[in-house]
Design a protein around this ligand. Structure first.
Ligand SMILES: Nc1ncnc2c1ncn2[C@@H]1O[C@H](COP(=O)(O)OP(=O)(O)OP(=O)(O)O)[C@@H](O)[C@H]1O
Ligand SMILES: [Mg+2]
Length: 510
């Protein structure tokens, strides 16, 4: 058994939370094997590890979502074992979950107060709307969150909904706050905002547990870092003593010499031509470009510059006002997703957790749902063919799952994404539109996905890839289009350009 007595960081602040020897199994998976974690008051403790390492599960054991099989949890020196999230919240532990779970038809303040609506008075059990409004407004002002408490959730962008969730966690005045990948759908500005909130909480003496796959964030915001691998505790160290490479090595368990595979794809004839694309309901305007066979074409730009809109317009899920699309020199209409899939386009959306996952179905159904014609034998679907395709997906993405009959919602967040990516690859597209393909994916698995993208290019496909991570665009793409304020600001050669050149173009019409 591993000695976890060193699971404490280095500072001398008092210990606030101590988790010791936590074990948790699910059918076929030992998700946590004797894991320990010590969080000191007034510090940010980062929790890192590959997809499926057990980070979310450890936090759910703390938060009363799961019952741990073994181990002890001490809060302020007293042993606790929360049976429900409500109990955890009442005892000073709050959590922002990796998957948003909000009542979308209700407004912001309803969501803030769900389960603890303020009463009109001690004697009147009715909910006081005005108290709710006032309290929400006060908290938002304090946190600088610029949202009207009466806005209906479904009308807000995901990033704002995430900020509401963060404010809600803060509103419980908790001692310990867990953030499970809070920034995966935030804009850069919002990340800065969140960091200001976290620093304020740290100054108040809270213990923050912060889960993220973004190394730079981790090194910037955290005091201590705990690394997990395959359900086990691997190391806890002060962040200042760690480099990105050391973290990667501890996470993956081996040296990762290259972050990007070799670009050995050969760019050929023009395959896709887009002419004067203008959207009906967004600021996307007059975008023209040519993408070639075997090419990986990056799309860079700031948040809101129209990158996602461009992909959605090509795929026909956003309304076009003007513009034409040609494939192999032949005009295609791509009026809706179904027509686009028939024309051999595929789109991996940015918000796959919200739009792509059939939660109650298993991995096989989620993998094969968009490529049924491949598995037909006469009027029937061949189980064998479907299970072979699913097996291919699991292997190609290195998806961590006990079997292909496992329900997708029981996979870790990153592994769910890999299933959705496999789904689109199985439609055998000629043009692959990828919106932030590696968001929420750990470093090791990112490499596999880059390799997959390059292999597709080598098979003669065209890949358009939106990413906010500049090194990733430079590492994988042949050319990069830079969007700014809804327009195409320029085009650069990924082999010779610099981050500065791209940034300058991104600011052109912003
Ligand atoms: N409710 C569940 N039922 C069955 N298995 C589960 C359940 N929750 C988690 N697991 C399994 O436990 C393991 C750890 O998952 P966990 O969600 O904790 O990973 P993670 O470290 O948070 O990964 P990610 O970075 O992808 O979010 C995975 O193998 C996952 O499939
Ligand atoms: Mg997780």
């Amino acid at each position: 058994m591993k000695d976890t007595t060193n699971a404490t960081g280095s500072g001398n602040q008092p210990v606030l939370l101590r988790m010791e020897g936590i074990c948790k199994s699910f059918p076929g998976v030992k998700a946590l094997d004797n894991v320990s974690l010590t969080v000191r008051a007034g510090t940010v403790h980062a929790l890192m590890g590959e997809n499926g390492a057990g980070k979310s599960t450890l936090m759910k054991c703390l938060f009363g979502v799961y019952n741990k099989d073994a181990g002890h949890i001490y809060l302020d020196g007293k042993e606790v074992s929360f049976k429900t999230s409500k109990e955890a919240l009442e005892n000073g532990v709050a959590m922002v979950h990796q998957e948003l779970n909000q009542a979308l038809k209700r407004n912001v303040m309803d969501n803030m107060w769900l389960g603890r609506f303020p009463k009109i008075s001690k004697w009147c059990p009715l909910t006081s709307e005005s108290k709710m409004y006032e309290a929400t407004k006060k908290l938002f002002d304090e946190l600088d969150v610029n949202v009207d408490p009466k806005t209906v959730m479904s009308t807000m962008p995901v990033s704002q909904r995430q900020m509401v969730e963060i404010a809600k966690a803060v509103s419980y005045n908790s001692k310990v706050i867990v953030f499970d990948e809070p920034t995966s759908s935030l804009t850069e500005e919002e990340v800065e905002h969140l960091f200001r909130i976290i620093n304020m909480l740290r100054d108040r003496g809270c213990g923050i547990i912060y889960i993220s796959h973004k190394m730079k964030e981790i090194l910037r915001i955290s005091d201590d870092v705990t690394i997990m691998r395959d359900g086990q505790w691997i190391a806890t160290k002060p962040a200042k003593d760690l480099t990105m490479n050391e973290i990667i090595k501890l996470m993956v368990g081996r040296e990762l010499t290259n972050l990007y595979p070799e670009k050995d794809n050969v760019v050929g004839e023009p395959l896709l031509e887009v002419k004067g694309l203008t959207a009906a309901y967004s600021k996307l305007r007059d975008v023209s470009f040519v993408a070639k066979k075997g090419e990986v074409l990056g799309i860079a730009g700031l948040d809101g510059s129209g990158r996602t809109e461009l992909l959605e317009n090509i795929f026909g899920i956003a309304t076009r006002k003007e513009g034409e699309i040609y494939l192999h020199g032949k005009r295609v209409m791509n009026r809706n997703a179904r027509e686009s899939i028939k024309n051999k386009f595929a789109l991996l959306t940015e918000e796959r957790r919200a739009t792509g996952i059939f939660g109650i179905r298993d991995i096989q159904a989620n993998t094969t749902i968009s490529s049924f014609q491949r598995y037909k034998v006469g009027p029937f679907l061949s189980d064998k063919k479907m299970s072979e395709a699913t097996e291919w997906g699991i292997k190609a993405m290195r998806t961590k799952t006990p079997s292909q009959r496992t329900q997708i919602r029981s996979l870790s967040g990153g592994n769910q994404q890999k299933v959705i990516l496999a789904r689109w690859l199985l439609t055998e597209p000629e043009v692959l539109l990828l919106d932030e393909p590696t968001r929420g994916i750990d470093v090791g698995a990112k490499y596999e996905i880059y390799q997959l993208i390059l292999n597709l290019a080598k098979e003669g496909k065209t890949v358009l890839m939106v990413s906010s991570e500049m090194p990733e665009l430079l590492g994988v793409c042949d050319r990069i289009l830079v969007m700014s304020g809804g327009q195409l600001a320029g085009e650069v050669d990924a082999r010779t350009t610099t981050q500065e050149e791209i940034m300058a173009l991104a600011a052109k019409f912003a």
